[in-house]
Design a protein around this ligand. Structure first.
Ligand code: DGL
Length: 280
């Protein structure tokens, strides 16, 4: 694999199982507009949240390799499920053989780092896919930094399908949005901070706010991930030099192009050019 990869600088890769990573990409582009980006959505195989560890790892590694082949030296897994289930294995076991100088970063750590300064009650809730909740990544990472915080998790298996099927603003969505929030808060009524631990969920934010008591702070990840990437690039000039800066953004999907354009336009305020690719 190593010998096929170009050493010339390239765009920053942003990967998600579907459209959710666009919420992260938007914030990253707001914070770092001068860089070039390639977004890859594995829409044909979404959702990842209900899939096994092995499959999420296999699909994520395929996506990372594809982004490396496209010239990326740095890839952001803009997906909590992939960050929870595949990031560590890719960093530890795969990158040394692919190219030890390339980097893959996730979205969980930057989110967790901010949480200690936000919660007053030291009781937080995490809303995420079944895969992310089952991995226990959030409580494990939070307790490394803030052992005093009590973490309750709630899997929301219906939320990603609502987004991927363009149902997020429709009435039918209300039932499932309210249901998971109520279940989470009944587990721990002292929760004062709720992490949206899935990159699809900010698209549901207006309805999530409607069903969340006003004193609870809702934390979406985009800004924290963008700040953390900015900080990473300033601390790693050698990686920064490998990231081109012409302000461009290309989009790739594993699904039909028309489908991606139609759905993505609801949360991207621009005309996009998207190409279909295969990861298998
Ligand atoms: N957007 C992804 C996440 O942050 C996963 C959604 C899915 O494919 O289930 O977890």
């Amino acid at each position: 694999m190593k010998q096929h990869l170009s050493h010339t600088p390239g765009p920053i890769g942003v990967f998600d199982s579907g459209y959710g990573g666009l919420t992260i990409l938007n914030k990253i582009r707001e914070a770092l507009p001068e860089y070039d980006y390639v977004y890859l959505g594995d829409n044909a195989r979404t959702p990842y949240g209900t899939r096994s560890f092995e499959i999420v790892y296999e699909f994520t590694l395929q996506a990372v390799n594809k982004l490396f082949e496209m010239g990326c030296h740095l890839v952001i897994l803009a997906c909590n499920t992939a960050s929870a289930k595949a990031l560590r294995s890719i960093q530890m076991n795969d990158l040394p053989g692919i190219d030890p100088e390339r980097r893959v970063l996730g979205v969980i750590r930057p989110t967790v780092e901010c949480i200690g300064g936000i919660t007053q009650s030291r009781h937080i809730g995490v809303l995420a896919t079944a895969g992310t909740i089952k991995s226990e990544s959030y409580p494990l990472e939070i307790h490394k930094l803030f052992p005093d915080i009590q973490v309750s998790g709630m899997a929301c298996p219906m939320w990603v399908p609502l987004v991927e099927n363009n149902e997020s603003q429709n009435e039918g969505a209300d039932y499932f949005i309210r249901k998971y929030i109520d279940q989470l808060l009944s587990k721990d009524p002292e929760i004062d901070t709720m992490i949206l631990g899935c990159t699809h969920y900010p698209i549901l934010l207006p309805k999530i706010q409607e069903y969340t008591p006003k004193h609870i702070r809702i934390v979406a990840q985009g800004e924290y991930v963008a700040e953390s990437l900015k900080d990473y690039l300033s601390r790693h000039p050698e990686m920064n030099a490998k990231c081109t800066q012409n302000g461009s953004c290309l989009f790739y999907t594993t699904e039909a192009e028309e489908k991606f354009v139609e759905s993505a336009s609801s949360f991207l305020n621009q005309q996009i050019d998207v190409r279909r690719i295969s990861l298998e």
